[in-house]
Write a new protein. Structure first.
Length: 147
């Protein structure tokens, strides 16, 4: 098993970033590694609640993930299981942890994103590319919508 960690500085308060991470409307703005659309976004952000996201890549392929929220501490921490629908990742269930820390007096957020329990180095590399693209979209969305 292997894991990856990505750290980003987001130009928004932790509460704004938390909402983008947990609401269906927020998820639809940034999920997926490229500019392709989110087709389905469902989220019930409470311990034991579930999420489901389906997105289409620019190449036309569709991918769906789902899982269960294990920890929800608004606006500072999320932990959830992660599963791909179908056989895209033979490694089975993995785990995502997202920590949000206020910066600049609360006006910005340090986001630490960890995807753990990945089955192989190839899976880690694939997820690193995907999550990097998604977090890039998150950063661009926040900059476009900032007051």
């Amino acid at each position: 098993m292997t894991s990856l960690t990505l750290v980003r500085r987001i130009a928004a308060r932790p509460s704004v970033v938390f909402d983008l991470m947990t609401t269906a409307e927020g998820i639809a703005c940034w999920w997926g590694p490229d500019a392709g659309p989110v087709l389905i976004a469902e989220s019930d952000p409470r311990v034991g609640g579930r999420f489901r996201v389906r997105f289409r890549l620019l190449d036309g392929s569709e991918h769906e993930s789902h899982g269960e929220y294990l920890e929800v501490r608004e606006p500072e921490r999320l932990a959830m299981t992660w599963n791909w629908l179908g056989d895209e990742d033979e490694g089975g269930e993995s785990r995502i942890e997202i920590d949000l820390r206020a910066l600049d007096g609360g006006g910005a957020t340090e986001l630490t994103f960890t995807h753990a329990r990945l089955a192989s180095e190839a899976s880690r590399e694939s997820h690193e590319g995907g999550w990097s693209g998604a977090l890039d979209k998150l950063e661009r969305h926040v900059l476009r919508t900032a007051p």
